[in-house]
Design a protein around this ligand. Structure first.
Ligand code: SF4
Length: 431
């Protein structure tokens, strides 16, 4: 059936609605849209290889810093620079109120990790199945569009972690591993998977099957633990789809550049084309403070070879809770990766954006040049500051036929413009 959401996505992506419907039915595309969020302010978005690569921004309080206003500000900045989805990973303060206020102002798909709230105020050892289902049901009733569910990390996978450098770096994965060891029982999310499917199907919430054993160091990439969990995620993908749920699958992590293609291909094979949602991947471990860059390098390759959804990484990854400027830098880096991959895979209309900017740049049309930028606010500020600081100033800035980078006499763009005009006039001597 071609729903309103399918038609909406078809229109904004300029893709045939029937094609989207077919991909959706095959499980290769998802439209995470809780029917309650749809009734308020959600603009549905599609995630899948047929469409533009999407970017998620994680926000949320921590037990050390919790301010709803600060998280709303981060969300607004993330949306302003093009985030296609928001995840609230709050673990501090009033989680229900934070989620409610963020959702009320969030027009894009909104995700959470329910286990974070399950363990709020209690030791992980004390949680039971009823607590898990109650929290999932509660968050579903608030309008969350996709849930990260760490159902793929199993008790039998834990011995495979022995030789790892970084062990388990996923918060959900670590908490569940502790629970399984303490109780000597299977992962409760795995055991209750059918019940979870029933709740999610009831609201049309999309699974984001979490990778609790993702590598957190490049030395751990593509190891037995990661692949064992991936095989379980493949099984769960099929089970959820057979119960009428939409499914995305989460992926690594820290992965050296040369292993990214294999990681994308094996996920597509095992999970039969379900949209792949990757965190990074970070291609090196040695750049804390710059991990938006290490992740954007990996994300470009990931999106080229098979991922559909990129989770941003901020410069403050591994170091602290990101602030609003970190969020901006993280989203922009991930959007660059997404767009670069879309251009490289020849997605309709992608390279056209570059062409528009390039023409404006060649014409020294600063207004269009800045407006077509991925982050116009930053581009405009940098250009203005450079003009103001130039010897004597270059005002009015938008009419300048050079900038402070090379200066007027050395401005190749200006000289090139003169050359082109002379050739057009068939008067080369007057250059
Ligand atoms: S001065 Fe240099 S950087 Fe600035 S527009 Fe000209 S060529 Fe480009």
């Amino acid at each position: 059936m071609t729903t309103d959401e399918v038609r909406f996505v078809a229109e904004i992506e300029d893709v045939d609605a029937e094609l989207i419907r077919t991909e959706l039915a095959a499980g290769r595309l998802v439209i995470p849209a809780n029917k309650l969020h749809l009734k308020t302010n959600l603009r549905p978005a599609g995630i899948g290889r047929l469409l533009t690569t999407k970017v998620n921004a994680n926000i949320g309080t921590s037990s050390v810093r919790s301010s709803i206003e600060a998280e709303i500000e981060k969300m607004e900045i993330a949306l302003a620079v093009g985030a296609d989805a928001i995840m609230d990973l709050s673990t501090g303060g009033n989680l229900d109120r934070t989620r409610e206020q963020l959702l009320a102002q969030c027009p894009v798909p909104f995700g959470t990790v329910p286990i974070y709230q399950v363990i709020e105020g209690r030791d992980v050892e004390d949680i039971d199945n009823r607590m898990i289902l109650d929290i999932v049901e509660k968050q579903a009733g608030q309008g969350v569009d996709f849930f990260t569910i760490h159902a793929g990390v199993l008790k039998e996978h834990l011995p495979l972690l022995e030789s790892r450098v970084a062990g388990i770096v996923s918060r959900g994965g670590a908490l569940l591993a502790k629970w399984m060891l303490r109780h000597n029982r299977q992962n409760p999310f795995y055991e209750m998977f059918d019940d979870l499917c029933d709740i999610l199907a009831g609201y049309d919430i999309c699974f984001s099957l979490g990778d609790g054993l993702r590598p957190g160091a490049i030395a751990d990439a593509t190891d037995q633990a990661q692949l064992a969990e991936l095989r379980t995620l493949g099984e769960l993908t099929q089970r959820a789809q057979e119960k009428g749920c939409q499914v995305m699958v989460e992926g690594p992590g820290h992965v050296p550049f040369d292993q990214i293609q294999y990681n994308m291909e094996i996920q597509q094979e095992i999970c039969r084309g379900a949209p792949f949602y990757v965190l990074g991947p970070l291609v090196t471990d040695i750049a804390p403070g710059y991990d938006h860059i290490t992740s954007a390098i990996g994300a470009t390759a990931a999106a080229f070879y098979g991922a559909s959804f990129l989770c941003y990484v901020t410069p403050r990854e591994h170091l602290g809770l990101p602030n609003a400027e970190d969020v901006r830098a993280g989203v922009v880096a991930a959007k660059i990766a997404a767009h670069a991959a879309d251009v490289a895979r020849g997605l309709k209309g992608a390279a056209e954006k570059d062409r528009r900017l390039s023409i404006a740049r060649a014409n020294l049309d600063w207004e269009t040049h800045l407006a077509e930028s991925l982050d116009p606010q930053t581009a405009e500020r940098m250009h203005r500051e450079a003009c103001e600081k130039a010897n004597g100033g270059l005002k009015p800035t938008l009419q300048s036929d050079y900038c402070s980078m090379c200066g007027k006499a050395w401005c190749s763009v200006r000289i090139n413009k003169e050359i082109r005009e002379a050739i057009r006039r068939k008067d080369p001597a007057k250059v």
